[in-house]
Design a protein. Structure first.
Length: 452
């Protein structure tokens, strides 16, 4: 089957837009059904706010588990793109075979471990006695779908990196639409409550997984999944490159967990639970920013990886410029949205005036510096796409370090409500450092190109 995009000859600007927009749209839809989930939970009579806070505690656990999919998917996809750029199709097939086996084994192992440790994890991550029943009901069902979720997300990277951006988008849309349809059925018609939200998610993940694997096992892509040829060296290389996005996502969740823990510690039982509910809504808004933004930068990694392998630095430079412009335009729009429409966003989840006022204020503080975040994503994901894991992880870890420092210092010297300042501080400092470092070293790196 002919790819939707020719990474060799298509104009760079057209390539960036054709790869970025389907992925950005898919991530918007993915966020939308996550928001729909939380909207239904927040509006369950009598228990809405408590149930929403309980699911918010589960959020970092679910996302941390999901980061394993990016560890393998984003770790292997750049390698596959580089091999394709080198016209080494046999090497590309070996990479895909090893990644599929590696991700399957890791998914099964994580499912078993997480189910055994879930009670301790929930308590560690901030579930109070009042919130624990809702968090436990949700996480138990979600964990049962871990294998489907990881295979869908991880293997979808190998569809996108071969130029099939629309197929990758469809895999997300199928699950999202099905989830939205199943939510009211499971929650209200079957009277499953919080469990119904999780059950609808798992069922939709199963269908998406079937779609992704049926495509990759077929003859339609240029590189299909095969069996055999497993090599420890390839798996180690995949895990090394994928370590950057894995650590980024894992630390993002550790930051949210730390934020929740600090809120509970300094906020006390009553104010702490209220701030946790507000933070759950706040993080839902930030997903509307970060997931489509990540969709732009991750989907265009294949352009950078392919041309890095083909030793074409001119196309890499052009691509980076267009990717950065698209990211900055998107974050500028979302900055305006955070100022103008945040109240309407919060009212999707709750009609409690006290919760609304507190959350709107938190969103406006948290999103003060999201425009420079476009530069940070362009630099870090661009370096990852070319297999430059040391550069990517160093720049990402610097941003996390700034955030962690603020998380622990702000409550110690001020009011707990000011803790949301940690995000804009890190979003201002980190892009300046990342942009400077990248500008100083990138020309030498891309001129050298990928090793054969």
């Amino acid at each position: 089957m002919k790819a939707e995009n020719n990474l060799d000859t298509d104009q760079i600007r057209q390539l960036v837009w054709r790869l970025a927009f389907p992925s950005m749209l898919a991530q918007f839809v993915s966020v939308f059904y996550s928001i729909v989930d939380r909207m239904y939970i927040g509006n369950i009579p009598d228990i809405g706010e408590a149930a929403l806070a309980g699911v918010g505690v589960c959020g970092p656990i679910v996302t941390m588990i999901s980061s394993v999919a990016f560890w393998v998917g984003v770790g292997g996809a750049p390698l596959l793109s580089i091999r394709m750029g080198q016209k080494n199709m046999e090497g590309a097939r070996r990479i895909l075979a090893n990644c599929f086996m590696l991700l399957t084994v890791m998914a099964v192992a994580i499912t078993v471990a997480a189910l055994l440790l879930k009670n301790r994890l929930l308590m560690w991550f901030g579930a109070s006695e009042a919130l624990f029943p809702y968090a436990d009901a949700y996480i138990t069902w979600i964990l049962l779908g871990t294998v489907f979720a990881l295979l869908t997300t991880g293997m979808n990277q190998f569809i996108i990196c071969q130029g099939f951006a629309k197929i990758g988008m469809k895999s997300v849309l199928i699950g999202a639409v099905l989830n939205i349809v199943l939510d009211p059925v499971c929650i209200f018609l079957l009277d499953m409550g919080v469990k119904g939200v999780a059950a609808a998610t798992v069922l939709s993940q199963m269908v998406s997984c079937a779609y992704v694997l049926s495509f990759l096992f077929s003859s339609r892509p240029m590189v299909s999944i095969t069996f055999g040829g497993y090599e420890r060296r390839i798996m180690q290389q995949v895990l090394l490159i994928g370590l950057t996005p894995f650590i980024i996502i894992a630390l993002d969740n550790v930051m949210i967990i730390s934020l929740n823990a600090q809120i509970q510690r300094f906020g006390g039982p009553e104010r702490g639970d209220m701030l946790l509910t507000c933070n759950t809504i706040l993080q839902s808004f930030m997903l509307v920013v970060t997931m489509p933004l990540g969709g732009i930068t991750s989907s265009t990694q294949t352009i950078l990886g392919y041309n890095f392998g083909a030793r074409r630095p001119d196309r890499i430079r052009k691509a980076e410029k267009h990717i950065l412009a698209l990211c900055l335009a998107f974050t500028a729009v979302m900055f305006v949205v955070s100022r103008v429409f945040s109240r309407y966003f919060v009212m999707i989840f709750t009609r409690n005036p006290e919760y609304i006022e507190l959350t709107v204020k938190a969103i406006r503080v948290y999103a003060m510096m999201i425009i420079p975040l476009g530069l940070q994503y362009t630099v870090v994901d661009g370096a990852t796409g070319m297999g430059l894991s040391k550069i990517a992880i160093s720049l990402s870890l610097f941003r996390k370090a700034v955030y962690f420092l603020c998380i622990f210092l702000i409550p110690a010297v001020g009011d707990i409500g000011q803790i949301f300042l940690a995000e804009p501080i890190s979003d201002f400092i980190s892009p300046i450092v990342s942009g400077t470092v990248y500008a100083l070293i990138i020309n030498k790196v891309i001129e050298k190109g990928a090793d054969s």
